[in-house]
Design a protein around this ligand. Structure first.
Ligand code: GLA
Length: 674
């Protein structure tokens, strides 16, 4: 499959970073459309996503087709040199579908119906939904396959529905039969002898609906796996239809960022381009680190190659309790930060801010204030910057010596009720470890525990509650092959069915990490901490006996755990049995990284300045508001300003530099005038 840039770039034009957003012109009178494309051109927008929520417009009644308006839009965008990412409109069925086929409406855990009137009210398992979705996808693909504006397909939107209803019960059983073959195997995997849950007939197996007390965790885990697979089946069905019509065009669906609902590795493998929607809170001091993590994860899902920001907000969103705008410069900083982390497309929800509907208070690239508004001025500025750097940046790769292991199965198994501490939050732990590396300016990728890890000097497993045998073998092979591994607490405690391993952790992993006995877990409450000598541990602590030969690098001091290892080392395998406070975790991981030969991008960076290498370019991103001076050895030219550096670089608030290294100035030949 060709690259994103290959297929979306008009012939004869240099490589570029795609720039644009969702455009919902069906919400506006047609006179507005020409104004829109004029302003898009002014802003350098070269891509729009059309049709995301257009099902009731295209199919106002069952089987009807109204394509005229979309024909005109496709022609209009093409005439203005703007490419179209065309969406299948299947995430928001028209009201008539629910009326004619109530079984297309999903049921929640309590059996309540999710009615039309919002969006995403479809059951992934409903045959009627799938039939109508396939039909409209087929007709859309047939109609626009040869349209010159079409550059890419966008299937559905943020697949995230659940269904606990009867349609789901039917397909859940089918999924389970496929997985287990027999009810006996299912009973064994789920441990149904606990609380008399043994199933005697497939008809007794239901989605994990509202129940009196704690549910069977293996049942819940399988339901999450099944839900991800069901939605993936919906995606594949539509993807295969559009591929049949346009085998040369890439297909994507937009992920929510670091979201637990879909197995992100399995899904990414089914896409041609991986795209993500990312909406950090402008008020969150950790938002820069969060964006970096989303970039690193999405790039890793894309196999290390370019990916796409499908959506972000130009200003405020409308779905937090309190929705803050982005201060001047922050939109640009985050857009360029995504590019630094490997994005070859920077897009927004949405182009023109709506005047009606549930998102009328959500910003757009072109806000209610229009062309003179600050947000639009920044839209123009971002477009100019992307145009400047695009030809040098697009297609460039970001590499990292360090991999963070992440697996959705572990997330699903680990984040359930009935565990030693409700405070354990998989996402927060992964985020804390990634943040620690980000603070130390260490480039990071993500990997699945089954991936070949050989290219990485250091591998971190912050919180892999569930590790199957293959993953354990992989980690052992990695360390025996010369790699360095750091595991966080609760890693490897359960097998693929979420069955606790004898001894509280996989025995081979215990040997590797130098743990003789895992005695007791001592979770920590809010505000509680443990003294670990040079740092404080939070959230968790453990009573463990080290194996002979293992080195206690940091020990708990005082209390029940006095003298026991908080950080344990067994050769190149490390175990961290608490969550060190942020600065301490960063120091610890940076030290291990140094020893493993993983180097920071730059030394001596002022706080809040991020450095990322993409291809042969160096991005410096200033996440703070006070002017800073960055020491920068060597000669560089900033592609954004054209200015040369002379050993230092000054960045204003939210400032960015995209630097290309320049060779030494040529020495004038004798007799030549300098
Ligand atoms: C998601 C959706 C968009 C829009 C935005 C608002 O990303 O895909 O349609 O609702 O949220 O932030």
């Amino acid at each position: 499959m060709p690259s994103l840039d290959d297929v979306t770039r008009p012939p004869g034009r240099p490589p570029r970073i795609l720039y644009g957003g969702d455009w919902n012109p069906e919400q506006w009178p047609e006179e507005t459309w020409t104004e829109d494309v004029r302003l898009m051109r002014r802003a350098g927008v070269d891509s729009v996503t059309l049709g995301v929520f257009s099902w009731s417009r295209i199919e106002p009644a069952p089987g009807a087709r109204e394509f005229g308006w979309l024909d005109r839009l496709m022609d209009l965008t093409h005439a203005h040199g703007i490419g179209v990412v065309l969406a299948t409109p299947t995430s928001s069925p028209p009201p008539w579908l629910g009326r004619l086929h109530p079984e297309t409406l999903p049921r929640d855990e309590d059996g309540r119906t999710e009615w039309w009137g919002s969006r995403q009210h479809f059951s992934h398992s409903s045959e009627a939904y799938r039939r109508y979705a396939a039909a409209i996808t087929e007709d859309l693909a047939a109609r626009y396959a040869d349209h010159p504006a079409l550059t890419m397909w966008h299937i559905n939107n943020e697949y995230c529905t659940h269904d606990w209803g009867d349609e789901a019960a039917r397909t859940f059983r089918r999924w389970l039969r496929h997985r287990y073959g027999t009810l006996d195997a299912l009973n064994t995997a789920w441990g149904t002898d606990f609380w008399s849950q043994r199933y005697g007939d497939w008809a007794e197996v239901l989605p994990p609906r509202r129940a009196h007390y704690l549910k069977n965790p293996a049942h819940v885990l399988d339901f999450r796996r099944y839900t991800s697979d069901q939605l993936l089946e919906c995606f594949r069905a539509e993807r295969d239809i559009v591929r049949r019509h346009t085998p040369h065009l890439p297909v994507t669906t937009n992920f929510m960022p670091f979201w637990s609902g879909q197995d992100g590795w399995a899904w990414a493998a089914e896409e041609d381009v991986v795209s993500v929607d990312v909406y950090p809170d402008p008020r969150d001091p950790a938002a820069g680190a969060y964006n970096a993590m989303i970039g690193d994860l999405t790039r890793s899902q894309a196999g290390g190659g370019p990916w796409m920001v499908m959506e972000q907000a130009a200003g405020a969103v409308n779905w937090r309790g309190v929705n803050h705008p982005k201060p001047y410069g922050l939109n640009r900083l985050w857009a360029l930060q995504a590019v630094a982390h490997g994005a070859d497309a920077v897009c927004y929800f949405q182009w023109r801010q709506s005047r009606q509907g549930a998102e009328k208070f959500h910003s757009g690239m072109l806000g209610h204030t229009g062309e003179r508004g600050r947000v639009f001025q920044e839209t123009v500025r971002v477009g100019q910057d992307l145009a400047r750097i695009g030809p040098r940046v697009a297609g460039g790769r970001v590499t990292a010596d360090i991999a963070v292991l992440h697996d959705w199965n572990s997330w699903w198994a680990g984040d359930q009720d009935g565990k030693p501490s409700r405070r354990i939050d998989h996402a927060e732990i992964v985020r804390a470890w990634h943040r620690a590396l980000w603070d130390a300016h260490l480039p990071v990728s993500f990997a699945h525990p089954h991936h070949d890890l050989g290219a990485h000097r250091l591998v971190l497993a912050p919180h892999l509650h569930l590790l199957d045998d293959r993953a354990v073998t992989n980690l052992l092979g990695y360390v025996h092959g010369g790699g360095t591994l750091v595991c966080g607490f609760l890693t490897g405690i359960a097998d693929h069915d979420d069955r606790i391993r004898p001894g509280g952790m996989d025995a081979r992993l215990r040997d590797l990490l130098g743990i003789d006995l895992l005695q007791e877990w001592w979770p920590l409450d809010v505000g509680e901490h443990v003294d670990c000598g040079t740092f404080r541990g939070t959230l968790w602590s453990e009573e463990l006996t080290p194996a002979p030969g293992a080195e206690t690098v940091a020990a708990y001091r005082g209390g029940e755990l006095d003298g026991l290892p908080a950080v344990l080392r067994n050769g190149r395998a490390w175990y961290v049995s608490t969550l060190p406070e942020p600065a301490a975790l960063s120091r610890l991981l940076a030290g291990v990284a140094r020893e493993a030969g993983a180097r920071p991008v730059l030394d001596g960076l002022p706080p809040g300045v991020e450095a990322v290498r993409r291809g042969d370019l160096l991005f410096l991103l200033h996440h703070g508001r006070d002017q800073v001076t960055v020491p920068l050895p060597g000669c560089h030219r900033d592609l954004l300003t054209g200015a040369d550096t002379d050993g230092t670089l000054t960045l204003d608030r939210y400032g960015v530099a995209v630097l290309e290294e320049r060779g030494p100035e040529p020495v004038p030949a004798a007799g030549e005038r300098p």
